[in-house]
Each structure stands twice: as structure tokens, then as C-alpha cells.
Design a binder for this molecule. Structure first.
Ligand code: SF4
Ligand code: SF4
Length: 195
């Protein structure tokens, strides 16, 4: 009898204990910021283009060879508004073969790929897990917005920005060059008369 009551007590305690598990997939527990889901390509909103230059480094290092990429000339470089001479033209990852190792993120020199929080994927068709450039960029934008992602280094100046900086430096030098007519620049700033 005593043992029966003890057993009932254990059952009751268990029944009244607060729930610690979620009924997946109906419920989703919050993900840690460092959670590593599928890789995604990041978006450079300052230049309005992907960070990825299609350099292929990640493709070569991927242990499952599930990535392909192709670069092209960047028209924005020719227009002078981007510092990237080359830009990604097409990118594909077969997420069905990705083992979420993060090597692609580690080897990328351009902050162009991140392990996103996207982790739910179940397809019936053999090749349906292949994702293309627009999808990878959408995944990247969602991830960037969610975690408040910031690039590690700021962008190098674009050709136009370099020209503007050069012109500004030149006119500053020319203004400073007005000084010798009146002699010592320090005196000129001080309002001093050189005669
Ligand atoms: S993600 Fe990085 S390493 Fe991969 S192709 Fe783009 S720039 Fe190169
Ligand atoms: S996480 Fe690993 S397996 Fe997946 S694409 Fe990147 S390098 Fe390849």
C-alpha cells in the first residue's frame, strides 16, 4: 500500500512538472545566436550587391563538394560605384549533401557566406535540395536582419569614392597652396602680415 502511494506521488510530481520539451514541429524553441544552420550568402546593402565575388575558395574547400559558383565582371565596378571588380553570377549549394561543417564560412575572405538559422528542409524530389543564388541571398538577408549582422571590415572605397577623395585632397592642397603668396602659412592662418 505504501509503495503504491509512493508510486502515485512520483506520477503526480511528474504530471505537474512544468514542460521542458517542445512539440516539434508545432512548437519551435528559440535558437541560439551561434546556431549553425544551412550556409547562406550575405548581402552588402551599402553597395546593393552580394559580398560574394565568386572566388571559388569555399567551393574548393567544401568537404562534400556540394557547392558550385561562377563569377563575372561587375558592371558596378565599371560604373565606379563598387570596389568589386568581379561579382558572383551563379551559386548553387546542394543542401541535401551539406554537413553544416562551417568550413566555407571559415575560408571566405569576404564575409560573403554565413551559417544561417535556416535548418528545416525536407523534400521529396532527389534534386529539390539544390538552392540557387537568389534563394541563398534571401536566406542570408533574413539571417542578417535577425541577428543584426555586421561585416567584419568596412568596404574599400569604390573608384568614384577614390576619385572624390583625390579631388578633395587636390583642392585642399590648392587652397593651402594659396598660402605661399602671402608667405608663411601659419602667419596667414593667424592673420599675420608677411611684409
Ligand atoms: S562565398 Fe566567399 S569564398 Fe565562396 S565564392 Fe563567394 S567570396 Fe569566394
Ligand atoms: S557547411 Fe561544409 S558541407 Fe556545407 S557547404 Fe559549407 S563547406 Fe560544404
Amino acid at each position: 500500500m505504501l509503495n503504491t502511494l509512493k508510486g502515485l506521488g512520483v506520477t503526480l510530481r511528474g504530471a505537474l512538472r512544468p514542460k521542458v520539451t517542445a512539440e516539434y514541429p508545432k512548437e519551435h524553441l528559440p535558437l541560439d545566436e551561434r546556431f549553425m544552420g544551412f550556409p547562406a550568402l550575405t548581402w552588402d546593402s551599402a553597395r546593393v550587391e552580394p559580398f560574394c565575388t565568386g572566388c571559388m575558395v569555399c567551393v574548393r574547400y567544401c568537404p562534400t563538394q556540394c557547392m558550385t559558383a561562377q563569377m563575372t565582371d561587375n558592371p558596378k565596378f565599371t560604373e565606379g560605384v563598387s570596389h568589386r571588380k568581379k561579382i558572383i553570377e551563379s551559386f548553387e549549394i546542394n543542401l541535401g549533401r551539406c554537413i553544416l561543417c562551417g568550413i566555407c564560412v571559415d575560408v571566405c575572405n569576404f564575409d560573403a557566406i554565413e551559417m544561417s538559422h535556416e535548418h528545416e528542409r525536407s523534400e521529396r524530389l532527389r534534386n529539390a535540395n539544390r538552392v540557387d543564388l537568389p534563394t541563398l541571398l534571401e536566406m542570408g538577408k533574413t539571417y542578417q536582419a535577425k541577428v543584426g549582422w555586421k561585416q567584419a571590415k568596412s568596404n574599400a572605397p569604390s573608384p568614384n569614392e577614390r576619385e572624390t577623395a583625390k579631388a578633395a585632397a587636390k583642392s585642399a592642397k590648392a587652397l593651402a597652396g594659396d598660402g605661399p603668396e602671402s608667405g608663411d602659412q601659419t602667419g596667414a592662418v593667424d592673420g599675420g602680415d608677411q611684409v
